[in-house]
Write a protein that binds this ligand. Structure first.
Ligand SMILES: COc1ccc(Cn2ccc3ccc(-c4cc(N)[nH]n4)cc32)cc1
Length: 241
C-alpha cells in the first residue's frame, strides 16, 4: 500500500510542490499518496474564521480548536501519527525521518498566526501518536515550509522512491558525521584540482581520505555532532585526524 500523506492548511496552494518532481514520480508509481486539505472547509461561519485572540493576552492570534478537530476527524485514519510543526517542538532529525518512514502514513497540521490552540494536540493524542516538531532554530510564519521539508526527508527513505538505494544508505548524517566534499570532471578546473587520491584508484586510501575529510568537516562545522557520537564510534585512526 502507498505511504499516505495528508496535510491540513489554510494555504493549500503552498503545498502544490508535493505533487511535483521526486514526490510526483513516487506518487505516479503508487509509492506515495498525497492529500492536501483546506482547514476552512471545516468552519461554519460566513467568514470561515479559523483564528481568535489569545487567552491571557499577548500579540497576534491563535488558531481555534474546533475547525482543527473537525478536519482531523475527517482526514486522520485512527492511529496515524499527527505531526504538528512548531518552533517549540522536539528536533526533527534524520533518525526521526527514518522512524516515520516505517509507518503507514502521516497527517500534518500546518499552523499559522501564533500557532494552534494547545488542546488540539492534547485531544489528538487520544486517537494516536502526536509529534510536535521543529525543523530548526529559526522562526517561520507557518508550518507549510516545514511540512515540505519533512515530507521530502521521509518519502526519500521509502523503498523504491530513490533509485540509487546506496545514496540513501550513505546519506550524510547516516554515520553521525557530515559527508565530505564531492568532485566530478574535469580533474583540473579554473586552477582548482581534484584531490589526487581520488584519481589514484587506491580504494583503501580513498576510503581513509573520505573518512578523514568527514571527521575534519564535522569537527569544524558541527562539533556538537562529534561530541554526540557513541563510544567506540571513532577509531584510533579517526582520533589521529
Ligand atoms: C510563539 O512564537 C511563534 C509561534 C509561531 C509562529 C509562526 N508559526 C505558526 C505556526 C507555525 C508552525 C511552525 C513554525 C516553525 C517551525 C520552525 N522550526 N520554525 N518555525 C512557525 C509557526 C511564530 C512565532
Amino acid at each position: 500500500p502507498p505511504f499516505r500523506v495528508d496535510v491540513v492548511t489554510i494555504f493549500p496552494e503552498y503545498l502544490a510542490p508535493l505533487r511535483q518532481s521526486l514526490l510526483g514520480k513516487a506518487a505516479e508509481r503508487g509509492l506515495v499518496s498525497v492529500g492536501v486539505h483546506d482547514l476552512r472547509q471545516w468552519t461554519d461561519d460566513v467568514h470561515r474564521t479559523v483564528d481568535d485572540a489569545p487567552y491571557g493576552g499577548g500579540p497576534g492570534m491563535v488558531m481555534k480548536p474546533e475547525p482543527w478537530a473537525r478536519a482531523l476527524e475527517a482526514v486522520r485514519p485512527p492511529g496515524t501519527r499527527l505531526v504538528v510543526p512548531t518552533p517549540a517542538g522536539r528536533p526533527f532529525t534524520q533518525a526521526v525521518a527514518a522512524e516515520w518512514a516505517r509507518e503507514p502514513g502521516l497527517v500534518f497540521a500546518c499552523g499559522r498566526y501564533e500557532g494552534i490552540d494547545q488542546r488540539v494536540a492534547d485531544w489528538a493524542a487520544e486517537a494516536g501518536p502526536v509529534s510536535e516538531v521543529s525543523i530548526g532554530d529559526y522562526v517561520l510564519a507557518g508550518g507549510e515550509s516545514a511540512v515540505l521539508v519533512m515530507v521530502e526527508a521521509v518519502t526519500r527513505l521509502l523503498p523504491g522512491v530513490v533509485g540509487n538505494r546506496e545514496s540513501v544508505e550513505y546519506d550524510s548524517h547516516a554515520d553521525g558525521l557530515l559527508e565530505g566534499p564531492a568532485y566530478t570532471r574535469p580533474a583540473s578546473w579554473r586552477g582548482h584540482d581534484v584531490p589526487p587520491v581520488l584519481l589514484s584508484g587506491d580504494h583503501a586510501a580513498i576510503a581513509r581520505w573520505r573518512r578523514a575529510e568527514s571527521l575534519r568537516r564535522t569537527a569544524a562545522r558541527r562539533p556538537d555532532l562529534l561530541a554526540a557520537l557513541p563510544e567506540g564510534a571513532l577509531t584510533a585512526a579517526d582520533r589521529a585526524v
